[in-house]
Design a protein around this ligand. Structure first.
Ligand SMILES: *Cc1c(COP(=O)(O)O)cnc(C)c1O
Length: 406
């Protein structure tokens, strides 16, 4: 067993010598910001998803923000997401002046519940952000059915689910490449399954959305003289051979670009993704079988709609629920015990976003709005899960967690 003075964290990156060499190669090249390596990363990522377009950007939050802008979500619009997510899934709606709102989670999958989405639908709801919590795809066919029937845009926040595949009604679908999301967003933060240091991606089959995301990630500028509108009418020599140095700003965008330094790491890691997913699946299988059957400990499970198929899910988190009340303890005690006695550092994903102070103050949201999300948020602990975790590390977590119930 690994020395207990080495803390097992809940997640961390895995960087190989080849990853490092790929970054160094860019550093020695003339172009280090967004350039050919970013484009190569985008092309490889689109292929991974089986999607027409992948547009790289600065981080997963920027990807969500750009998706909102591409879909022209703004003031007067409502955007519904899940309380069981990272802040950014909801904040992205607020960035564009829309009202972030929440429907409850499914009790089994901890993802957005399609029934709750439908029951809480309001006429001004213009977009839904469905999150693939822990790596399990949200129930996209039903979520899309509800949203699309009302004319709303579906954005899938797949920051936890890179490279995932699932079977539904006998057919295999890929995260980022199925027909139920209008845009799918990813993050390459170091705790995620695949890292670029920082980075994000918007994946879509829509030419229009892809073009808008490309323009908006770089100040709303277009550089192709054929796309120029205003200057054409003002006597500027846009159609002359030297027009290449001109640009036109057609919308208010941001600097949300990815650099080639980051893209080189992301592209190199993409080659290792099958190995990452396989190792995470092995660890999840051990947790599933060796922590099974403990009273007051609820393990993650697949939704009904996924139970019949065979899947290759890309697990980002292993989130269990403790019934602290029945155990006569608290989450703080459990986390402290695991840390001090077993050198295991766990986390909780997530405290319900609608109960964050800013959301309470700004929108008046409170307890009781999403009961399933609130119960889960009060009981969840994410056990360590990362590619470089050794079998001994996994054993230590299983032993440490089991000891809490003896
Ligand atoms: C990590 C994460 C984000 C934000 O990604 P960043 O790259 O950190 O900006 C958004 N949504 C979910 C579900 C995430 O896990």
């Amino acid at each position: 067993m690994a020395a207990k003075d080495q803390v097992v964290p809940y997640g961390k990156q895995s960087i190989s010598e080849d990853d490092i060499a790929a970054v160094v190669e860019v550093l020695r090249s003339p172009l280090i910001t967004q350039g050919p390596v970013t484009e190569a990363f985008e092309n490889a990522f689109a292929e991974l998803c089986g999607a027409k377009h992948a547009v790289a950007c600065a981080n997963g939050t920027a990807a969500l923000h750009l998706a909102m802008m591409a879909a022209r979500i703004g003031q007067g619009d409502r955007v519904v997401t899940t309380p069981n997510t990272f802040l950014a899934s909801a904040n992205s709606a607020a960035y564009v002046g829309a009202t972030p709102d929440f429907a409850d989670i499914d009790e089994v999958t901890y993802c957005l519940c399609p029934d709750s989405l439908e029951d809480n639908w309001k006429p001004d709801t213009k977009a839904v952000v469905a999150v693939d919590f822990a790596g399990q795809p949200a129930e996209m066919p039903r979520i899309a059915e509800v949203a699309h029937s009302k004319g709303a845009v579906v954005i899938e926040d797949a920051c936890h689910a890179v490279g995932g595949r699932f079977e539904w009604q006998g057919e295999e679908f890929r995260v980022g490449g199925h027909p139920w999301a209008d845009m799918t967003t990813f993050s390459f933060h170091p705790v995620k399954t695949l890292t670029a240091g920082e980075g994000g991606m918007v994946v879509t089959d829509s030419d229009e959305y892809a073009e808008r995301v490309r323009m908006l990630r770089s100040h709303g500028m277009v550089r192709d003289p054929r796309q120029f509108t205003h200057f054409n009418t003002h006597g500027f020599p846009v159609n002359e051979p030297h027009a290449w140095h001109l640009y036109e700003m057609q919308d208010l965008g941001y600097n949300f670009r990815m650099s080639d330094i980051h893209a080189a790491l992301g592209l190199s890691q993409l080659g290792r993704l099958p190995e990452f997913i396989k190792r995470r699946q092995e660890i999840v299988s051990r947790y599933n079988s060796e922590l099974n059957g403990i009273d007051n400990l609820i393990l993650p499970d697949l939704g009904e709609w996924l139970r019949d198929g065979s899947h290759r899910l890309s697990w980002h988190l292993y989130a269990v629920q403790f019934d602290f009340e029945k155990m006569g303890t608290s989450r703080a005690e459990v986390l402290k015990g695991l840390k001090e006695r077993w050198a295991i550092a766990c986390q909780s994903h997530y405290l319900p976003v609608h109960l964050q102070p800013w959301y309470v103050n700004q929108f008046g949201y409170g307890k009781g709005k999403c009961p399933n999300g609130e119960r889960f948020g009060a009981q969840c602990i994410s056990l360590p899960l990362y590619t470089s975790m050794s079998d001994d590390d996994v054993s230590r977590v299983i032993e440490g967690v089991s000891s809490l119930f003896n």
